[in-house]
Ligand binder design. Structure first.
Ligand SMILES: O=C(O)COP(=O)(O)O
Ligand SMILES: [Mg+2]
Length: 227
């Protein structure tokens, strides 16, 4: 049996929350400010952690459900929640250690580099601008940029095409089931961010689980010289 060599990597798509930035403390604090206004018990970081990654509507629904509030209430307050999130100051320590180095590694390797998050595009861009990261990406897709979001393949395929890469020449680095699902649905490689918000990242079924962003930079450097 002949095993065909895998084509060289040409594009890396990065997830945002739980992969490049640790947004969990801010999201939890914001949710809790709302719950406390309603005289409800605040949520712990551990409770909110598995709620992040499927978009802000799901986050609010899950948080409200955990305190007995219904989906209709969450839906009715979504715009206000996003407004408040956009007004939060962007902390300079939001990025995980090694995030900039990993993005630099992608650029140094000559790979296309894009952001694919389920966070709505407007707050995403506010965060990227404040961190000075916007120009580090060749393209940015948020949870409301296209008709569907992760785990649907549309964003992955859209970005791969924008970066001039075929799906088999593309990898998605992300921490959640939505990331691995989107990668699988689009036929691209899924690299799991083991430091992110998934309790047991080994179970997601990605190509590999990396322990931190330094390991991502190393993996990118290896892919750049792979034959
Ligand atoms: O769920 C969100 O709002 C953001 O999640 P993501 O950046 O991990 O896709
Ligand atoms: Mg994520």
């Amino acid at each position: 049996m002949t095993v065909l060599p895998r084509p060289r990597l040409r594009a890396v798509l990065f997830d945002l929350d739980g992969t490049l930035i640790d947004s969990l403390p801010d999201l939890t604090a914001l949710l809790n400010s709302i719950l406390v206004e309603r005289s409800l018990e605040p949520l712990s970081l551990a409770e909110v952690r598995p709620m992040v990654g499927d978009g802000v509507a799901r986050l609010l629904e899950r948080a409200y459900a955990a305190r007995g509030l219904d989906v209709a209430t969450a839906r009715g307050e979504l715009d206000e929640f996003v407004d408040r999130y956009e007004r939060l100051p962007v902390r300079p320590d939001l990025p995980y250690d090694g995030a900039v180095a990993a993005l630099d590694a992608a650029r140094a390797a000559g790979f296309g580099c894009a952001l694919l998050t389920n966070k709505p595009e407007r707050p995403t861009r506010i965060i990227l601008d404040a961190l000075g990261w916007t120009d580090r990406f060749d393209a940015i897709v948020g949870g409301d940029t296209l008709p569907t979001r992760k785990p649907e393949p549309q964003g992955v395929l859209h970005l791969a095409q924008r970066l001039g890469a075929r799906p088999i020449e593309t990898a998605l680095v992300g921490d959640g089931a939505a990331d691995v699902g989107a990668a699988r649905n689009a036929g691209v490689r899924a690299i799991v961010a083991g430091w992110g918000y998934t309790h047991d990242p080994q179970t997601l079924g990605g190509e590999c689980v990396l322990r931190d962003l330094d390991a991502v930079a190393q993996w990118i450097a290896q892919e750049a010289v792979a034959v």
